[in-house]
Design a protein around this ligand. Structure first.
Ligand SMILES: Nc1nc2c(c(=O)[nH]1)N[C@H]1C(S)=C(S)[C@@H](COP(=O)(O)O)O[C@H]1N2
Ligand SMILES: [Mo]
Length: 577
């Protein structure tokens, strides 16, 4: 029989997908929810970090008094005499502050504004930090949200909090889809600037400023710390050499905090963490999140201290150096410094309102700038599996639960009449009952779930490999994507769905799971079937799966972005990071 290339009729559930807006409309968005002032757990006590203000002020006063009385001691005076602050054997820099250094300093400051604010916004989507791999309530060491309520379903989305629009980007609750585009694309620019900075630093003599070349840096740091604390500042030779404390703090910022931020950021990704095997298991996502945050806190502290020192140690001279490139008594640098601050101020005010208004544009520009690079991580093998003892005692639920008559009826009959429909660009479209699925060879795996919001959890999943399903239905060569349709709607109406590249469906750990931790998957976690795809973030693992359609393109599905959260929350359809 001649084969006619009749296009298969599209999955009827397509009609139940919804269109989406290109901006955030407040009346459609998650209602705001205030968090609480950040708290840190010490033992079993939660301490409000606001105590930092009175305790810090008292400590500062004590430190000043201590440093001043220390300087009265002849031995300390002699020590400062011998170690005035700048390691005398350190070579001076001959080139002052060249234009490229000034430019990179400005760009770094400018980029950090976006990176840090967008990073906080991401954190506000799961406003808790942990050291362990699982996110069991009560095991957090830092939070700006109340304890997890007991006796009711409390999803990770319920847990997210609003930030002020001047602080987060864009500040509204659960907007990390947008803040992630800012965070990652500006990170790329910041990284390029940083690499160029390292290269120029070491190809000129400028690295002498930052890299201590003698052990003298330690007594010099101690000496300058005492001098600063006594409010009788050390002599300033910043044009040619930094003193011990400057060298120490700049070195840590440039050569420790920055690389640590990059590595701990990447290690939060499912594709990267799972591809790295034992390394990813040892440096688990929650520990990496915590270190990422501590590194952020260092940057905040550094910026506050550095900014204050610029003013109190001579604003005219300091801005002449870093914004004017001159070492004289003129006012060359100060107006340029003001201009830089004005640019920062305007950017600061504009970015949140513009992001809310042009959300889809932010999504598109972000995907253009960084989506392709993030997508590279999909090529790595996410093979990492854990053991039974790693299974999390608590696994956060997430998403919008099914609430249709159809689902209730299925559930009432224990899914006896449920059918999984597979259609689209396949040679053998088929329907499977749950019994059919369970009759196929079962695969079990213990893997980590990485939710985009920041939480993670380990569970043992049992189900059928998607590759076995593919072998039965035989996708045609034109089939490039698998669309998973859920029985449940998404938060803003319209059916939940998500699109996966077909390569990901062939991976041995991609399964349709009907068991979780040895029991049938609960309704909360996606009964009767939910997807596991270990190199993607959690939102792509559709729960309550009812149909899978193979397609060549997804532009005509829903709002065309490749999934419900892609359409409605401005995520990217490839999210291995
Ligand atoms: N149908 C449907 N599937 C969904 C969601 C949803 O809202 N609807 N949420 C996703 C998100 S954001 C995550 S993190 C996981 C959560 O799975 P869990 O509830 O088993 O933890 O399911 C994903 N699958
Ligand atoms: Mo998620």
């Amino acid at each position: 029989m001649p084969t006619t290339s009749q296009p298969p009729s599209p999955e009827p559930l397509r009609a139940s997908l919804s269109d989406a807006d290109d901006r955030i409309r407040l009346n459609h968005w998650m209602p705001p929810q205030q968090g609480i002032f950040p708290r840190i757990r010490i033992g079993s006590r939660w301490i409000n970090t606001l105590w930092v203000l009175p305790v810090g002020a008292a400590a500062l006063l004590c430190l000043i008094a201590l440093a001043q009385s220390l300087r009265e001691l002849p031995s300390v005076a002699a020590f400062i005499q011998n170690h005035p602050g700048i390691a005398q054997s350190a070579p001076p820099v001959d080139t002052g502050f060249p234009w490229w250094l000034q430019l990179q300093h400005f760009l770094n400051m400018f980029f950090m504004l976006f990176i840090m604010r967008a990073g906080l916004q991401i954190l506000a989507d799961h406003p808790r930090l942990y050291w362990g791999r699982d996110c069991t309530p009560g095991s957090d060491w830092f939070r700006f949200q109340v304890p997890v309520p007991k006796g009711r379903i409390w999803t990770a989305k319920d847990d997210s909090v609003t930030l002020p629009t001047w602080l987060g980007i864009p500040g509204l609750r659960h907007t990390l889809g947008l803040s992630r585009w800012w965070h990652f694309s500006i990170n790329l620019l910041w990284l390029i600037n940083g690499i160029a900075f390292y290269a120029l630093l070491f190809s000129t003599d400028q690295w002498h400023r930052l890299v201590p070349l003698t052990w003298e840096v330690f007594p010099a740091t101690l000496s300058t710390a005492i001098q600063y604390a006594s409010l009788n500042f050390p002599v300033d030779e910043g044009w040619t050499r930094y003193n011990g404390l400057q060298q120490f703090s700049y070195f840590v910022t440039v050569f420790v905090a920055a690389p640590v931020s990059i590595v701990t950021g990447l290690m939060q990704s499912p594709a990267i963490s799972n591809a790295l095997g034992w390394f990813g298991r040892l440096f688990n996502r929650q520990a990496m999140r915590s270190v990422h945050f501590i590194s952020f806190a260092w940057f905040v502290g550094f910026i506050l201290a550095h900014g204050a020192m610029v003013f109190v140690t001579g604003i005219r001279q300091n801005t002449n150096h870093m914004f004017g490139g001159v070492d004289d008594a003129s006012w060359t640098g100060f107006p340029l410094f003001l201009l830089a601050m004005a640019i920062m101020f305007v950017a600061w005010l504009a970015v949140s309102p513009l992001t809310i208004r042009y959300a889809h544009l932010v999504q598109r520009s972000g995907a253009f700038m960084i989506g392709w690079l993030m997508g590279l991580a999909e090529g790595w093998d996410p093979h990492s599996q854990l053991t039974k003892k790693d299974i999390s005692p608590y696994f956060w639920p997430n998403g919008t639960m099914p609430n249709s008559k159809e689902f209730e009826d299925f559930l009432a009959e224990n899914f006896a009449r449920y059918r999984l429909r597979i259609s689209g660009l396949v040679e053998a479209p088929q329907e499977f009952s749950l019994a059919d699925i369970k009759a196929m060879a079962k695969q079990e795996q213990i893997t980590t779930h990485f939710c985009i919001q920041g939480w993670s959890g380990v569970a043992e999943w049992g189900g059928v490999p998607m590759s076995d399903i593919l072998a039965l239905v035989k996708p045609t060569p034109e089939a490039r994507y698998a669309v998973f349709y859920s029985l449940a709607d998404g938060a803003d109406g319209g059916r939940y769905y998500d699109v996966h590249k077909i390569e990901n469906m062939r991976h041995e750990l991609t399964i349709l799971a009907y068991e979780m931790n040895g029991a049938p998957v609960s309704v909360l976690h996606g009964a009767p079937l939910r997807l596991r795809c270990e190199n993607e973030l959690g939102f792509k693992m559709v729960k309550w799966v009812v149909a899978i359609e193979f397609v060549a393109d997804f532009a005509d599905l829903g709002a065309g972005q490749g999934g419900y959260n892609e359409d409605h929350e401005f995520y990217g359809y490839r999210m291995p990071i």
